[in-house]
Design a binder for this molecule. Sequence first.
Ligand SMILES: Nc1ncnc2c1ncn2[C@@H]1O[C@H](COP(=O)(O)OP(=O)(O)OP(=O)(O)O)[C@@H](O)[C@H]1O
Ligand SMILES: [Mg+2]
Length: 507
Amino acid sequence: MIPIVGMRGIVKRFGDVVALDGVDLALQRGEIHALLGENGAGKTTLMNVLSGLYRADAGTITVEGEPVEVRAPRDALRRGIGMVHQHFELVPQFTVLENVILGREGAVWLRRNRARAAVQQLAAQYGITLDLDARVRTLSVGVQQKVEVLKALYRGVRVLILDEPTTMLTPQEVDALFSTVSWFTSQGLTVVFITHKIREALRISSRITVMRRGRVVTTCSRATVTEQQLVQLMIGEMSPAVPARDGRLRGDQPVLVVRDLAVTDDRGSRAVSGCSFEVFPGELVGLAGVAGNGQKELGEALIGVRAASAGSIVLDGRDVGRTSVRRRLVQGLAVIPEDRLREGILPGMSLTETLVLGPHHFMFPRGRYDARRAEAACREAIAQFQIVAPDAKVPSAHLSGGNIQKALAARAFLLSSVAGSKLLLAMHPTRGLDVRATEFLHGRLRDFVRAGGAVLLISEDLDELMTLSDRLLVLYRGTAAATFERAKFDPYQIGAAMTGVGTAGSA
Ligand SMILES: Nc1ncnc2c1ncn2[C@@H]1O[C@H](COP(=O)(O)OP(=O)(O)OP(=O)(O)O)[C@@H](O)[C@H]1O
Ligand SMILES: [Mg+2]
């Protein structure tokens, strides 16, 4: 059978980094093909080559057996190949319909009505339900993703590439995405599903290609491979077991006391209100909740990048609720932020500069930047966190998604070591990290707690929360609606609290 897409001997270098080292990949019509690999394996780069965002240094691409030149995304689109990136490229103030038709020839306002019927029909054919007149900025991430997919379909895409599409989704949204994607293949579409989650690859795909360090390790059919085998193929060795949990270490005086906190979101509505809780030294408190229940705003208020409209935040005995971010760092706060771009990295900054941003307040006496010290810290972080980067000077924006995430985690630990931080606020710290990096970071968080620190972990991954936490708080509609002690963790009850079932007074 002639593959719908054939890639042979693809090589892509970035300076000295060989991101792709002679990769072969064949996609069959109507299959869901998982591209599985650890952070920095080359998955995104390979698909950027196929979709025309990057040009390969060597290798050939065929579509239905015909050699093709893919110089730019429009060449790929003309052959029916399109990609949905992890960071969406939608115009927030436009409607769904406008976004879907944007970028095809002709002015949007001329074609809006003519296009509506076509878009509606397409959505119905592919089982995508969307309000075409909703403004994109009002939509959740999961719904925005549907808009991106519909946009690709409207461009006539037959090979749809999804780059880590589940990272930002709730479990319910993941289920919905998976059933939509399965339906696509019945309509003759071919789907490439980039992931580093083995279970996802096993659940959704018909074939799996495993990549490691810029090469294809193997392509196999899902039916012939086990989870254990995939772990080995992906990382080349067995991963260490999750560290055993230790007993209670909790101190008596809370390091963080939040009282009746209220915070408004970007649209001016109450995202957090009447929220009260405490975190003690020597404990890891997990904050569970369905996305959009105030986690982001609460985190930002704790960091000091969003003002609280009422209530208090007492950190290590001192009310910091109205103080600067820097003051809170001095008072003992370290953060792994949620928003990689806004609070995380500045694209023009080097990896070294990114790593010392925050720690620099404590690393350089009298405020004089010491390049040697900064670079030494950076080299250590790269080694410890296994950040895949050519060198310490590389612009952060050139790192793979997972490696940026590792850098942000490394920075928080660097800060805690130079500033003696007492509370680590970790917001979705393992988003985009592969199995090994996730295990490493989990270990570091537990080490921090074992050494007497406190961790507040905000995550949407209930498995992660239940594995790591000593205590779980459920945030529902901006309030700490329920607390669960580790001995009483029950996913069903926690899930009920997350969806507001049986939480008195929170309707
Ligand atoms: N624009 C770029 N400039 C320089 N290096 C790059 C660029 N894009 C990717 N790389 C490098 O190529 C390698 C492969 O990166 P890629 O983004 O393809 O990884 P990935 O498998 O998608 O990983 P992740 O799961 O972390 O997203 C990495 O070492 C990365 O740093
Ligand atoms: Mg990637």
